[in-house]
Design a protein around this ligand. Structure first.
Ligand code: NI
Length: 398
C-alpha cells in the first residue's frame, strides 16, 4: 500500500477531528480542550506523550531502531474573530474562530501520526509530533523551545505546513531560503523642552526633531540595505504631548514595524535606527529613547529539507501537484524560531476549491472556507516526507 493510500484510510477520521476542533476553537495558550483531544488521540496510537506548559503537547513515536529524530509541528490556536461561514460545524465559541486553518493543521498532524505509527518498521529513529500553542500571539514556538521541545531526544530536523488560499487543493508550494519575514516593533520617545509657541528659540521643539528622525529613518532601507535584500521600515504611530495650538510639546512618541528576511539586515537596521535617532535628537538639543522589540524570526528553509519534501510530495501526489513559490512573503510566522536551532522547512498546502468562492478569501477572514481535500494531501506529504528523511539518513550512514 502506498503512503497516499494509507493516508486515504485516515482521511474521514481526520475530517471528523478537524470539524470537532473547528467547532470548539480556543485562543492562544488556552487550547485546553484541543490539547486534551490531541493527548487522547496520540495515546490511543501508543505514542509517548509529554506536555510542555499548560497546553503544549509533544508525541514521540519510536521506530524500529535508534537513529535521528524528525520533528513535525502543527499550531493549534484560533483567532478572536466572529465566524461568518455558516458551516454546520461553525464555531460554538462566541468571538473565536479557526480562521487561519490551525484546526486543519492539527487534524492533519494527528492523522499523520496514525499513518506513521502503522509504518514503525520504516522509521529508523523517531518522529516527534509537536502540537504548539499560541502561534497567532507569537511566543508559542519560543515557549516550547525553552520548555525543551527540541531536546530529549534531540530533534535533527523539523517541518511544518500552512494552508494556503492561493493555490488549488491537492497541491503543495515550496520555497528554498527565506519564506516569511522577521516582524519586529519599535518605539521612539523624543524629549525636548516645551514652551510658548510664539517663542520657539526658548524651547527645544521635539516635533521638529521627530520630523528629522522620520526622514532619516527612510534613508536606511534606501541607502544602507542592498536593493536586492527585502526590508521594510514603516512608521505607523506619531503623537505629540501638546494638545494646544500655541504650545510647543515636551515630548513626541513614534513607533512602527520592521520587516526583514536576512538576520544580518535585521540587526544592521536596528543598530542604524538607534544611531540616527539618538544622534539627531542630541544634535538638536533633545534626547531620544529607542526601544526595539524582536517579534517572530524569519522562516529560512533549509535547501536539503526542501529537496526531501519535494521528492516526497512528487512521490505522494505526482509532479504536476508540486510547485515552487516565486517570491517570499513579508508576513510573519513563529516557525522561524525552530529554524534558528535546527534545519527545517515549511511548505504551503493549497486549500482552494473551484466550486467554493469563499476558499480564496484571505487567511484570518471571518468567512474563509478551507477545502477539506487538502487534509488528505497534507497527511500524505508529511508522512511521506518523514519516511524519505529516514531513508536519506540511512543512505548517508551507508
Ligand atoms: Ni496561521
Amino acid at each position: 500500500m502506498s503512503i497516499y493510500e494509507a493516508a486515504e484510510k485516515w482521511k474521514d477520521e481526520a475530517i471528523r477531528l478537524r470539524r470537532h476542533i473547528h467547532r470548539h476553537p480556543e485562543l492562544g495558550n488556552q487550547e485546553f480542550a484541543t490539547a486534551a483531544l490531541v493527548t487522547e488521540f496520540l495515546t490511543s496510537l501508543d505514542i509517548e506523550v509529554r506536555h510542555i506548559g499548560a497546553t503544549g503537547v509533544v508525541g514521540l513515536l519510536r521506530g524500529s531502531e535508534e537513529g535521528p529524530v524528525f520533528g513535525i509541528r502543527a499550531d493549534m490556536d484560533a483567532l478572536p474573530i466572529e465566524e461568518q461561514t455558516g458551516l454546520p460545524f461553525a464555531s460554538v465559541n462566541p468571538g473565536i474562530m479557526h480562521a487561519c486553518g490551525h484546526d486543519v493543521h492539527t487534524a492533519i498532524l494527528l492523522a499523520t501520526a496514525a499513518v506513521l505509527s502503522e509504518h514503525r518498521t520504516q522509521i529508523k529513529g523517531a518522529v516527534k509530533f509537536v502540537f504548539q500553542p499560541a502561534e497567532e500571539v507569537a511566543g508559542g514556538a519560543s515557549d516550547l523551545i525553552e520548555g525543551g521541545v527540541l531536546e530529549d531526544p534531540p530533534v535533527d530536523a523539523i517541518i511544518a505546513l500552512h494552508v494556503w488560499p492561493d493555490a488549488p487543493s491537492g497541491t503543495v508550494a515550496l520555497k528554498k531560503g527565506a519564506m516569511l519575514a522577521a516582524a519586529d516593533a519599535f518605539e521612539i520617545r523624543i524629549a525636548g523642552k516645551g514652551g510658548h509657541a510664539a517663542y520657539p528659540h526658548r524651547t527645544v521643539d521635539p516635533v521638529i526633531i521627530a520630523a528629522q528622525v522620520i526622514t532619516a529613518l527612510q534613508t536606511i532601507v534606501s541607502r544602507h540595505v542592498s536593493p536586492l535584500e527585502p526590508a521594510v521600515i514603516s512608521i505607523t504611530k506619531l503623537s505629540s504631548s501638546s494638545q494646544a495650538f500655541n504650545v510647543i510639546a515636551n515630548e513626541v512618541r513614534l513607533g512602527g514595524t520592521v520587516r526583514t528576511h536576512h538576520p544580518d539586515v535585521r540587526s544592521a537596521i536596528q543598530k542604524q535606527m538607534e544611531k540616527l535617532t539618538v544622534s539627531i535628537a542630541e544634535s538638536f538639543g533633545g534626547k531620544a529613547e529607542f526601544t526595539y522589540t524582536k517579534g517572530v524570526s524569519t522562516v529560512i528553509n533549509d535547501d536539503n529539507i526542501v529537496d526531501i519534501i519535494e521528492e516526497a510530495a512528487i512521490t505522494a501526489l505526482g509532479r504536476e501537484k508540486v510547485f515552487y513559490l516565486k517570491e517570499a512573503s513579508m508576513g510573519g510566522e513563529d516557525f522561524g524560531a525552530y529554524l534558528e536551532h535546527i534545519p527545517g522547512a515549511m511548505f504551503r498546502l493549497g486549500s482552494v476549491a473551484e466550486e467554493e468562492p469563499r476558499s480564496v478569501l484571505p487567511l484570518h477572514h471571518d468567512s474563509i472556507i478551507f477545502d477539506e481535500h487538502a487534509i488528505l494531501t497534507g497527511i500524505a506529504v508529511l508522512a511521506q516526507t518523514a519516511l524519505h528523511f529516514f531513508h536519506k539518513e540511512q543512505d548517508k550512514r551507508g
